[in-house]
Design a protein. Structure first.
Length: 490
């Protein structure tokens, strides 16, 4: 974690309440200066605080029984900087009033402390006079951590020293966990924060992770010294991790240093993973942050029969990573314009290529395949000449249904001219066969609807029977309408 910079902002006058509170703290310090010492929880190592313990005892003795006369030339107060800060604080207490009060500002707030003595580091004065503060008391120990390579933890009731080996306190873990939204159940996707020494791990699921403006990692390291002792770690798992696993690097380092938030970390990780995948030659379609299959795409998209055929062809044509923001057939088409769709148009409908405007690849592909599919579906049906207009109408509507489906046929039927009685009966018969006659009855005369109901049993085979039976079905309808029984096939 980045080192906190202290900014000193001059002096200020303390309120009487604040002065009284500081004096009470200094009085408690005077009664027991050893409250500054951390609790040592390590074995087999010499404790670097043993000397400070002796210096604090000696400092109090020197303050209570200052040498006089000739002996004062040889005996002075301990020169340890912490001991000097304690002595200066005792002198403030002895005078009964505060000298100049300075203000130090931190990213988490500000701290006031009484200035006394020369050459005493401000961090020492702040740490000594704010020994009850879980954050500020840590300033007192900066030089010990750096000099001796020890691990310290600031808990609610004081400091804990675990020597050269990290040993994260359970109470500190619980405190950190209480500050963030997390759980102890392993998540399929999300972020995990763990302590190797404590053998514990918590998880932020994807929903919490992507919305969090906090840096959850900082909650676990803000009360440990040094913050980057390697005991607390972060694990990342996104839907793209199997394709591009990221375990370290600048992004993780910036997050651990408190420079970016949880959701910023996630966004940058996803971006980096997509960049790595894009560098590969794998045939893969990624929608948002999720690899998707053809069946998934079909399931999550509302596609008609033509578009289902198109999506199958497009997925077969994918030969490198493609990234989409949503399940959009149009987006996928634009990604495949140069490598696939243009080639289809050059072969089937070259005149359509010049109509491409950078955003209509799907529209042009639909037109091309629609004509091809229509042609293929109509291939087995006979073509006629010299048909009566009513039979010609029935033939065109039936073929429209068989080639383009119910929606296209329905649109045609609803807009058909009903001025001819026989034609009106034919249209009503088709509406009835397709089950869409409700709401249309007001347009028809009773006789037309009655005749249409009579012939709909001859119309239905035109829609659903095999291609081989189509000629006979249309001939039966022609006969019933009183027209030619044998139709002229081209």
């Amino acid at each position: 974690m980045a080192k906190q910079r202290i900014r000193l902002r001059g002096t200020r006058t303390q309120s009487k309440v604040a002065q009284k509170k500081l004096m009470e703290k200094l009085k408690a310090l005077y009664e027991d200066p050893l409250i500054l010492l951390p609790k040592c929880e390590h074995e087999g190592e010499s404790c670097p605080y043993e000397q400070l313990k002796s210096d604090l005892i000696e400092t109090k003795d020197y303050f209570d029984n200052p040498p006089s006369g000739f002996s004062s030339w040889f005996k002075g107060a301990p020169r340890d900087k912490t001991a000097r800060a304690v002595m200066a604080s005792f002198e403030i207490l002895d005078e009964g009033k505060l000298p100049v009060v300075a203000v130090a500002k931190f990213p988490t707030g500000e701290a006031t402390y009484a200035v006394r003595g020369a050459g005493i580091p401000k961090e020492k004065m702040i740490g000594v006079q704010n020994y009850e503060n879980q954050t500020l008391r840590m300033l007192l120990h900066l030089n010990y951590v750096k000099k001796y390579g020890i691990n310290l933890y600031s808990v609610k009731n004081g400091m804990i020293c675990t020597g050269k080996t990290p040993n994260y306190p359970n109470e500190l873990w619980k405190q950190a966990v209480s500050e963030i939204k997390c759980n102890e159940e392993e998540q399929k996707f999300g972020m995990a924060i763990s302590s190797e020494s404590l053998q514990k791990k918590i998880y932020l699921n994807s929903n919490v992770w992507k919305k969090s403006n906090k840096n959850s990692f900082s909650s676990f390291i803000k009360y440990q010294m040094p913050p980057d002792n390697g005991d607390i770690d972060v694990e990342i798992r996104t839907p793209l991790s199997e394709k591009a696993h990221i375990t370290g690097g600048t992004i993780i380092e910036e997050y651990k240093a408190g420079k970016i938030t949880d959701k910023e970390l996630r966004a940058q990780i996803i971006k980096k993973q997509k960049e790595r995948i894009a560098e590969s030659s794998e045939a893969i379609v990624i929608v948002g942050e999720q690899e998707t299959s053809l069946s998934d795409f079909k399931e999550k998209s509302k596609l008609n029969e033509l578009d289902k055929e198109i999506i199958s062809k497009l997925f077969d044509a994918v030969d490198s990573p493609i990234f989409l923001t949503d399940y959009s057939l149009s987006q996928l088409s634009e990604n495949l314009w140069s490598d696939y769709i243009r080639a289809i148009l050059e072969e089937k409908e070259p005149n359509l290529i010049e109509r491409y405007n950078g955003n209509n690849a799907l529209e042009l592909l639909r037109k091309t395949l629609e004509r091809k599919i229509t042609s293929e579906k109509m291939k087995g049906l006979p073509e006629f000449t010299n048909l009566d207009k009513s039979i010609k109408l029935a033939d065109s509507i039936a073929k429209l249904y068989r080639s383009k489906g119910k929606a296209a046929a329905s649109k045609r039927l609803i807009s058909e001219d009903l001025s001819d009685h026989t034609n009106a009966a034919i249209v009503w018969g088709f509406l009835s066969c397709l089950g869409i006659e409700k709401g249309e009855a007001w347009k028809y005369e009773e006789t037309a609807m009655s005749f249409g109901n009579e012939v709909k049993n001859l119309i239905d085979p035109l829609l659903h029977n095999s291609d081989k039976e189509y000629l006979n079905s249309l001939s039966d309808l022609s006969k019933r309408l009183g027209h030619q029984e044998e139709l002229e096939v081209i």
